[in-house]
Unconditional design. Structure first.
Length: 624
């Protein structure tokens, strides 16, 4: 059976360009290997009686100044030419990867310095850099290799940074961060394997360019030094006798171009195939400033999570934007609460802030943010991945595609519980079984792409269960799944909750899902909780006009199907375009002057009911 990696490369050979380049490449490589073995003597044989002869049946490309056969010399020189081009590219790529990944491993300042140096070097003309370093490292073969490598490193550094930035935004990297995996390990296990393919392809295209440049250096006399010779040197000698024997110059020139092209075209064809495979914040308003604070509901028995006045801010041009503005709530052991609200209301930012996954320069502040009684910020490595688990929205991006599912799960136990590889894998299989993955032992050895969407999501939950989580934060875990699989995943979360008294914080925009699964709903609007209510009271007691509008937009058994569904007119405001009073006022049918000037605090309306509104339940009274 062809492995997945092998299968990815197969289409390269199917395209006409890829196939021709591959044939050419194979010919070049075979020549590089066999020519020095077969024809070294013929290439070195001096014949003073046949100096600088034109092409003949005996010497197809003629002879050089010492009567040596040019064709044999070209064939033998293939090895050194290709070897040095590949070596220079390898050293340059390795140097580039080291420079490109340094900012994420080094501290912030050192990282900024490295990035600045790379940016300056990238802007510098490549040829000038090569000539400069060739002089610095000395006019020798090694000097030329080093000069080429150092000159191409900034390009690969920039490429690595760009590719790594794209992968760093994926959920599986956030999941690994959540598990407390170190940055170096994230780099080596999660980021580099996922950008390796593109780097290899770019390096292959690069070999073609390096081959041409190296030949150029040798032609100028600052590449390979006698008695060694490559195509560039032979070209140099051939040009001297071009009027006597043009083939002496044309032969090496054509070989340089053909070999360069073969690497280049093969790399390009591979890049096209791979890219084909892969295609299947605004201005701020000043530093985060205090706003009306939620009046925290504090009657919880044994709160596992305690959040008071949580704020998340991000720097944007001209100031800061605050998508979460003073959120307060507590969660008890075994409680399932949902955060609902329209897109952009700050649900995910709240979840990420609790899981300590807001990356700098984003700023998280809170009067209290404790988990199991301990401040989360002080002990993220110990809590995340063990007693706090996170399940992300997109099962396609939640797992590292280059690691087998079992290994990804085992990594958590190896890292946090110091388990041996074998025991950790056995635990991974056990957890996969517990989330009802069929043939778990076999499945553990498969890659995520061999799992269906629902199975991947269950495997994500199993990853959370590798520790003994007291809280699972599930950010839209069912959005990408079909309805049947959705209920399976929710049932699974419900089982975990029941058996281990695990609290669940479910982020969702689907109030129907929430009503089936949760005890409590936290309704968010424009970065704040506007209502905190028990699910069983939702239909009868919901008091904020926004909550009622959300409810009205979901059809139920009593909905008149002949009428269009109620929708909420207008759009939620962007975090930096908030109106002065209640953020919902511009869309609220009950808003008056006070709503437009004063922001209402979140206050108790009942025993376990909080609402932030100047006119709670107004809509119901007015016959909504
Ligand atoms: N790094 C950032 N810099 C600036 N603004 C950001 C940043 N990250 C998020 N935001 C803003 O925060 C707001 C809330 O985002 P969040 O992802 O929490 O919304 P959400 O309620 O989860 O929406 P959705 O249901 O679409 O996921 C959005 O307006 C978004 O533009």
């Amino acid at each position: 059976m062809v492995s997945r990696r092998g299968a990815v490369w197969l289409p390269v050979f199917r395209s006409p360009v890829g196939a021709s380049a591959a044939i050419l490449l194979v010919v070049v490589l075979i020549t590089a290997i066999v020519a020095p073995i077969l024809w070294s003597d013929q290439a070195a044989a001096v014949d003073t009686a046949a100096i600088q002869r034109a092409p003949s049946a005996k010497h197809l490309l003629g002879t050089d100044g010492l009567g040596r056969d040019i064709l044999y010399r070209l064939l033998v020189a293939t090895r050194l030419t290709v070897e040095l081009a590949v070596l220079a590219t390898l050293v340059g790529t390795a140097l580039g990867i080291a420079l490109g990944t340094a900012p994420s491993v080094l501290g912030r300042r050192a990282g900024t310095v490295v990035t600045a140096i790379v940016n300056i070097a990238v802007a510098f003309p490549g040829l000038l850099l090569i000539l400069f370093f060739a002089v610095v490292f000395g006019v020798t073969t090694q000097g030329a290799v080093l000069a080429l490598a150092v000159a191409m490193a900034p390009f690969y550094a920039r490429l690595t940074q760009t590719l790594a930035a794209a992968v760093a935004g994926k959920d599986f990297v956030a999941a690994a961060l959540a598990s407390g995996v170190s940055r170096i390990r994230i780099l080596t296990r999660h980021i580099l394997p996922n950008i390796g393919e593109q780097l290899v392809v770019n390096a292959m295209i690069g070999v073609g360019g390096t081959l041409l440049t190296f030949a150029g250096l040798s032609f100028l006399g600052i590449g390979i030094q006698p008695p060694d010779y490559d195509w560039g040197r032979i070209l140099n000698e051939g040009v001297a006798s071009i009027y006597v024997n043009p083939a002496a110059a044309l032969g090496p020139a054509m070989l340089v171009v053909l070999a360069g092209l073969s690497f280049n075209l093969f790399g390009e064809a591979a890049a096209q195939v791979i890219s084909g495979e892969r295609t299947s914040s605004r201005r701020g308003v000043g530093r985060p400033s205090p706003t009306a604070r939620d009046d925290e509901h504090d009657d919880t028995v044994e709160p596992i999570l305690h959040v008071r006045d949580l704020r998340v801010s991000h720097p944007v041009r001209g100031g800061w934007t605050s998508p979460v503005r003073g959120v307060s709530f507590s969660l008890r052991r075994g409680e399932a609460a949902a955060i609902v609200g329209e897109s952009g209301s700050g649900k995910s930012q709240t979840a990420l802030a609790i899981a300590q996954l807001i990356e700098r320069p984003g700023l998280v502040t809170a009067e209290a943010l404790t988990f199991g009684g301990l401040p989360l910020a002080q002990a993220p490595g110990r809590v995340l991945g063990t007693s706090l688990a996170m399940v992300f929205q997109d099962p396609m991006t939640s797992m590292n595609p280059t690691m087998k599912v079992g290994r990804q799960l085992a990594e958590v136990a190896e890292h946090h519980q110091g388990m041996s590889r074998t025991r950790a894998l056995a635990k991974a299989v056990d957890r996969l079984q517990s989330v009802r993955i069929p043939s778990a032992a076999r499945r553990a050895h498969q890659y995520p792409h061999e799992f269906s969407g629902g199975m991947r999501q269950r495997a994500m939950i199993a990853m959370g269960l590798m520790g003994t989580p007291k809280l699972i934060i599930a950010d839209e875990p069912t959005t990408a799944l079909d309805v049947t699989v959705q209920s399976q995943v929710l049932r699974l979360l419900a089982d975990v909750r029941e058996t281990a008294a695990t609290a669940v914080l479910l982020i969702s925009h689907d109030i129907a899902v929430v009503r089936r699964f949760c005890d409590r709903v936290l309704v968010m609007y424009a970065g704040r909780i506007v209502e905190d209510i028990r699910v069983r009271d939702l239909v009868t007691e919901a008091s904020h006009p926004y909550t009622r509008a959300l409810l009205a937009s979901v059809p139920d058994m009593s909905t008149d199907r002949t009428q269009p569904l109620a929708s909420i007119p207008g759009r939620p405001p962007h975090p930096d375009e908030l109106p002065p009073g209640c953020a919902f006022a511009p869309r609220c049918p009950a808003a008056d002057e006070r709503c437009r000037t004063d922001d209402p605090a979140l206050v108790h309306l009942g025993e376990r009911h909080r609402v932030a509104c100047w006119h709670p339940r107004t809509l119901e009274r007015t016959g909504e």
